[in-house]
Design a protein around this ligand. Structure first.
Ligand SMILES: Cc1ncc(C[n+]2csc(CCOP(=O)(O)OP(=O)(O)O)c2C)c(N)n1
Ligand SMILES: [Mg+2]
Length: 707
């Protein structure tokens, strides 16, 4: 059946008398189209063309294939649907509305309200509407992920497919297929052009993720015009090269062909499937097949004409014809309900037979950590030589991973350097060993972030790691981790010019302030092994926050905590690590990471001259900001204006803590390639030059005391 020319009696009329297409299906599809047009028109902004074109694709998938229970949108074994071309969000808002998907609150409980009421569609893109300009996970129930930055959804979908493989390998038992869900993503030319999709597609092919289907909307149109302006790829060949099965549907309106092709994808073993679907953006409107249909309202006149073509009442707005809701209820609603009910029965039996595994799953689904999850986090003895925080970080990671079975992760080909391998018999996640907990992302940072998000969205506690400098290659994904409050832990080592000989290309400068600027992202830069342990503990404890651990390549002395402040102060973001001796401090040194020890050396040096200072370790700005005023004042007394921050990074932002009367010893240029001790000298990260800054700042403040 072809909806293209519904009704099939004439090539120029649409919907209404659909020949061999059940009228109700044509009506349902055209409801998606008209809701999309009307919502964009009402908002006077948005993207009508692609939801109009892909309405039959979305409909075919949801009604015939997708295992999704609208009454229980968080059912753990549901198929995942990702709209990677998030600008086409009216497609998914319409599907959520028409399927009467139910709303869940932050704790996952049903609220008894619809996820997308018609009022929300009428208020598309307006403040606080449940239908924002692009899909936002956690805001609108039923949305599996946040999309909008093109290509991200595709990487998320790979993470979800990996999660299914891992969960199945770990928790399924003979006769108990607790996890067999599949992941479907729709994407457009933009997603296909973005590098992240190539990274994600490449690893998905390598991993033989046959539970993954991408539907590529091959409409040859992007914002600037026809894709041949900038795109001559043959994605089919490219994805065949990645090891995918590639199928084609020549007409997006051919619902039967779409369903059949999805069936073939479902049968395909050992390969993910790309379905290339030819479609007509703005289908049925005078702007069809032009970029003008992409991102602006059609206007009342063109909408009326399109509606006429669809056989729709021209003046009706936000119309859901009789029978359409029932059709969805009989389709996706019924299939989902039946599948969910059967699964729940199976899970009840599973719980009886495998109570420990079931308990683990319940905990995972509630985003809780197992009792005693941190009981093996080591305490490191004082040691003047100490160890790099990447080394202590690896030990702590392993202590936690031992207790949190669903913590999995890896790095972008740098595990030997980042020390993030899970030891013991954790194994590698590969085809044939999908229960492995060590992930090998290959040199694909951006996809690593997107995949971590997909894993976290599936309930796992993922970590991804690499060199701090390469956060630049994955900021798009990291931003979305924070945006979605995903408990992803990013472990970035080689976090300063401390890298040494690798030189300025590998020495982060502006990355730390850049990451600190991301709302909600917890950035930790621990000073020694025990701070590393406490920062890991804090990162894990904030189950709805994304964390970055900024760790060193170079050794850091392990402080004697009988002499210095307790590392548990890290949980508050900052603490006094070394009190002033012999009276009130004349200056406060504030350090992070490797510079805390330098600050302590400066303190000792100045003490010999009779200058009293205290040292504050500030591993996490964001947690410190959350403390009450009294605590913050106890660490940084408001009266004490002589504050000197020391950090081997761009000084941007430190004014916040040191104020107008303080000073920052930071990096104001790129680094250089040399052994570390020469770099420390060249850039002034030695006790004497820092002490000179302290003396000068004290003097400056004394001179200005009468101001
Ligand atoms: C990473 C990223 N870059 C740019 C954009 C802005 N943008 C939104 S849609 C679009 C064109 C996408 O073309 P296509 O995927 O073919 O969508 P279609 O016009 O076919 O709906 C662009 C450039 C974006 N959302 N994300
Ligand atoms: Mg396009």
């Amino acid at each position: 059946m072809t909806i293209a020319a519904t009704p099939s009696t004439s090539a120029t009329t649409f919907a209404g008398t659909p020949g061999d297409v059940p009228l109700i299906d044509a009506l349902a599809i055209n409801t998606i189209r008209t809701l999309s047009m009307d919502a964009v028109q009402a908002a006077n902004s948005g993207h009508p063309g692609t939801p109009m074109a892909l309405a039959p694709v979305g409909y075919a998938l949801w009604q015939n294939v997708l295992k999704f229970d609208p009454a229980d949108p968080l059912w753990p074994n549901r198929d995942r649907f990702v709209l990677s071309n998030g600008h086409a969000c009216m497609l998914i808002y319409s599907l959520l509305h028409l399927s009467r998907t139910q709303e869940v609150d932050k704790s996952g409980k049903l609220t008894g309200k619809p996820a997308v009421p018609i009022e929300a569609i009428k208020a598309f893109r307006q403040l606080d509407s449940l239908c924002p300009g692009h899909p936002e996970h956690g805001w609108t129930s039923g949305l599996e992920t946040t999309t909008g930055p093109l290509g991200q959804g595709l990487a998320n979908s790979v993470g979800m497919a990996m999660a299914q493989k891992w969960l199945a390998a770990t928790f399924n038992r003979p006769g108990f297929e607790i996890f067999n869900f599949r992941t479907y993503a729709i994407c457009g030319d933009g997603c296909m052009m973005e590098g992240i999709s190539g990274e994600a597609g490449s690893i998905a092919g390598h991993l033989q993720l046959d539970n993954l289907v991408w539907i590529y909307d091959n409409n040859h149109i992007t914002i600037e015009g026809k894709t041949d302006l900038a795109y001559s790829d043959d994605p089919s060949t490219r994805y065949l090269g990645y090891g995918w099965n590639v199928l084609r549907v020549g007409d997006a309106n051919d619902v039967d062909a779409i369903v059949r092709t999805l069936g073939v994808a479902g049968e395909t073993k050992g390969r993910p499937t790309l379905i290339v679907v030819d479609s007509h953006i703005g289908f049925g409107s005078e702007r069809q097949d032009t970029s003008a249909a992409h991102g602006e309202p059609l206007g009342e006149d063109l909408i009326r004409k399109a509606k006429k073509l669809y056989g729709w009442p021209e003046d009706a707005k936000f119309l859901v014809p009789d029978g359409v809701l029932q059709r969805f209820s009989d389709g996706v609603g019924k299939h989902g309900k039946d599948a969910n009910a059967a699964w729940k029965t199976m899970f009840a039996n599973y719980t009886k037979q495998f109570p420990e595994l079931a308990a683990q799953l319940q905990q995972m689904w509630k985003h809780e950590l197992p009792v005693g999850w941190d009981s093996e986090i080591p305490v490191f003895p004082a040691d003047a030589k100490g160890m790099a925080s990447r080394i202590s970080g690896g030990k702590v990671l392993n202590a936690i991973a031992k207790k949190v079975p669903w913590m999995i992760g890896g790095s972008a080909d740098l595990t030997p350097s980042t020390k993030t391998g899970i030891d013991g018999n954790a194994g590698s996640f590969q085809p044939g060993s999908y229960g492995g907990r060590n992930l090998h992302f290959g040199i694909r940072e951006h996809a690593m972030g997107g995949i971590c998000n997909g894993l976290a969205l599936s309930g796992l506690r993922p970590f991804g790691s690499g060199f701090m400098i390469f956060t630049d290659y994955m900021r798009g994904s990291m931003r979305l981790s924070a945006f979605m409050d995903m408990p992803v832990t990013y472990v970035f080592t080689h976090d300063s010019i401390g890298v040494g000989e690798d030189g300025p290309t590998h020495q982060p400068i502006e990355q730390l302030p850049g990451l600190r600027a991301v709302p909600g992202l917890l950035v930790f830069r621990p000073a020694d092994a025990n701070e590393t342990a406490e920062c890991w503990r804090a990162a894990m404890s904030h189950g709805h926050a994304t964390s970055v651990l900024s760790l060193t390549r170079q050794d850091l002395p392990t402080l004697d905590r009988t002499v210095y402040g307790k590392a548990s102060g890290c949980a508050k973001g900052a603490y006094v690590v070394s009190e002033s001796k012999g009276g009130d401090a004349q200056a406060i040194l504030i350090g992070t990471g490797s510079e805390v020890n330098l600050c302590i050396q400066v303190q000792d040096l100045l003490a010999k001259e009779g200058v009293r200072t205290s040292v504050v370790s500030m591993p996490c700005w964001q947690l410190f900001e959350k403390q009450d005023q009294a605590y913050r004042d106890s660490v940084l007394p408001p009266k004490m204006r002589v504050r000197i921050a020391v950090e081997m990074a761009s000084p941007l932002g430190w004014e916040r803590w040191v104020g107008l009367d303080g000073a920052v010893v930071g990096m104001n240029s790129f680094g250089a390639s040399a052994p570390l001790k020469h770099l420390l000298k060249k850039f002034g990260f030695e006790p004497e030059p820092v002490a000179a800054v302290v003396r000068a700042t004290i003097a400056k403040n004394a001179a200005g005391a009468g101001r």
